[in-house]
Design a protein around this ligand. Structure first.
Ligand code: NDP
Length: 399
């Protein structure tokens, strides 16, 4: 039905490749390309049966990307490299009139700031080229936006309060590691927090606000208010929201180590001179931390990510909680991955499937909550991320 080019062969890229290869009736030809070709080859060997072709690519280089896209001629490019590459890959998609999908919004290398403005600026050009860019199609952002659209469609006339809750109660046994790209992850959580309230953003110090939240099948975990990119698109696409917040759990040890790293300057993105070379401390730190793709073996426990929503329908107040729990060990058995890569890779594959099967259509640059949530929610159940819902019960965030 369609040809897919996957860019990025890290933890998430491995899951996207594995999952696409398991649906050959949709993904007829698959090319996995990344900076280090050996990593693509290792993933392709694991999947076997010559289902995946591989290539080397520097996704910072538009000309190289255009060359690769012209050669392979994909119907869609799934970008699961790093947010720094979003704009170069979008440019190459424009030049070749190819659909685009990613899981994280653009951020410039030298400022730890993610915002949709750079990618939303492509709206007109994508429309004129007659192609579609699906932005933020991992779990959060991604499934959390689809969950919110599904809630609105079925249970609410107006959504007023949204709390996205993200818990990883797993244990990988390492002293310190991040579950997705360490550089991007640490940039995200060391920024100031921010949430939406009464028509404006309220800023907090990093991890300043926290509280225990109860997670299904896991129990209570301390959860920290962070700014997360889907808050930007969801507050725009659901303008009735009076408040929107994002919470993520961190263990005490993780926070202690992170504090030390911050205090000694290891998380800084300002270049320093080291033995005559300029190095960025955070990039050096990334180089010595475990790669997310290597964490799967022996990872125990599960994740739970969901949306807790309050609003009105027919003039009556309602509540809705929708979530997925994903087990690290089960995921490892299936595809040698850990649950954070898996919960990102499955939605990316599913979003591409929605485009290739014409269930998500249109031109321009769109966030996932702008599409019909129904077929996507169905496929989540089918491809390894079953979801649960609770209607009109007290929300855990309010207990
Ligand atoms: P990894 O660090 O494991 O993988 C990143 C991959 O991108 C690596 O294979 C890397 O190559 C490759 N890459 C980096 N720069 C380039 C480049 N210039 N050209 C070509 N390839 C490049 O990260 P993850 O797999 O954990 O994360 C991938 C993406 O998914 C990130 O953008 C992350 O923010 C996003 N994400 C989204 C989530 C969501 O729920 N929406 C959750 C988790 C992650 P090399 O191996 O050579 O370094």
């Amino acid at each position: 039905m369609g040809r897919v080019l996957i860019i990025g062969a890290g933890g998430v890229g491995a899951v996207v490749a594995f999952k696409c290869a398991s649906v050959p009736e949709v993904f007829t030809d698959i090319l996995l390309a990344s900076r280090t070709k050996e990593k693509c080859d290792s993933i392709a060997n694991f999947i076997g049966n010559n289902k995946i072709k591989t290539a080397q690519i520097d996704a910072d280089n538009v000309d190289d990307l255009v060359g690769l896209i012209k050669q392979f001629n994909p119907d869609i490019v799934i970008n699961v490299a790093l947010p720094y590459q979003d704009l170069t890959i979008m440019e190459a998609c424009l030049a070749t009139k190819t659909n685009y999908l990613d899981t994280a919004n653009y951020e410039p290398r030298d400022v730890a700031k993610f915002e949709y403005k750079w990618q939303w600026a492509y709206q007109q050009r994508f429309k004129e080229a007659g192609i579609l860019a699906v932005l933020g199609c991992g779990f959060d952002p991604g499934v959390t936006g689809v969950f919110t659209a599904y809630a609105k469609k079925h249970y609410f006339d107006e959504i007023h309060y949204l709390d996205i809750v993200d818990c990883n109660a797993g244990s990988h046994g390492k002293a310190f590691a991040t579950n997705f790209n360490p550089e991007i992850n640490i940039r995200e959580i060391t920024q100031n927090g921010k949430y939406w309230e009464n028509g404006q953003w309220v800023e907090t110090k990093p991890m300043e606000i926290h509280r225990p939240v109860e997670y299904p099948n896991i129990g209570q975990r301390e959860s920290y208010l962070l700014y997360h990119e889907e808050l930007e698109s969801l507050t725009k696409n659901f303008p009735t929201l009076k408040r929107a917040r994002f919470w993520m759990t961190f263990g005490e040890k993780y926070i202690n180590v992170l504090n030390v790293l911050q205090e000694i300057g290891m998380t800084s993105i300002k270049p320093i001179l080291y033995e005559g070379h300029e190095i960025v401390p955070l990039q050096f730190l990334k180089a010595i931390l475990p790669e997310p793709a290597s964490l799967g073996e022996g990872y125990k426990g599960q994740t739970s990510i969901g949306c807790q929503i309050k609003g009105i329908q027919n003039g009556k107040e309602r509540t809705y909680y929708v979530w997925n729990n994903c087990n690290h060990e089960v995921v490892y058995k299936e595809c040698r991955a850990q649950a954070v890569s898996y919960t990102t890779g499955v939605p990316a594959m599913t979003g591409a499937m929605m485009v290739l099967t014409n269930q998500w259509t249109g031109t321009g640059v769109m966030n996932v909550e702008e599409f019909n949530p129904e077929p996507f929610m169905e496929k989540l159940n089918e491809y390894g991320l079953p979801w649960n819902e609770e209607i009109d019960e007290q929300l855990p965030i309010e207990k």
